[in-house]
Design a protein around this ligand. Structure first.
Ligand code: AMP
Length: 141
């Protein structure tokens, strides 16, 4: 897609520190890392959002994530990593070509992680489950 930053990186028109590529995906260092070794994985084909990505492309990304994760742990000596997709501008997506972040994490790295868990009042979880089932059609699909 012309004008898309990550399409231009995939095409080789803009330089990037590529660490892995195959027929379907390209992985490169994030230019603004949250921690040294922060990686982005993108499909070669342009999709704006995660919800636009077909299963075979998701599978290709999922297949490289453990490989990249092992390399990340080896190279950065981090204790772990976060795998993250910002889907949509409200979720913080700035580049509208879907990408998966692998962010190295270590104890006391100060990056923080807000996980302000709530709780459901009686009946609310069932109501939401029913709405999900109506949207999904069947829990077995
Ligand atoms: P997001 O907010 O999820 O859309 O993340 C976009 C990411 O792309 C940010 O972490 C940026 O640092 C990163 N980024 C922007 N431009 C480049 C670039 N030219 N090369 C590598 N990463 C980039």
């Amino acid at each position: 897609m012309s004008g898309c930053l990550f399409c231009r990186i995939v095409a080789g028109d803009i330089p990037a520190a590529v660490v892995l590529e195959n027929d379907t995906v390209v992985a490169f260092l994030d230019i603004g890392p949250l921690a040294d070794g922060h990686i982005l994985v993108v499909p070669r084909k342009h999709f704006d959002l995660l919800v636009d990505v077909p299963p075979e492309t998701c599978s290709a990304v999922a297949s490289v994530v453990p490989v990249l994760g092992r390399a990340l742990l080896d190279v950065t000596q981090a204790d772990g990593f976060n795998l993250l997709v910002n889907n949509g501008r409200a979720a913080g997506q700035e580049v509208m070509h879907v990408h998966w972040h692998l962010i190295p994490r270590s104890s006391g790295d100060g990056l923080g992680y807000r996980w302000n868990a709530g709780s459901y009042p009686p009946g609310k979880a069932d109501e939401l489950k029913d709405r999900y089932l109506a949207s999904l059609g069947s829990p077995k699909d």
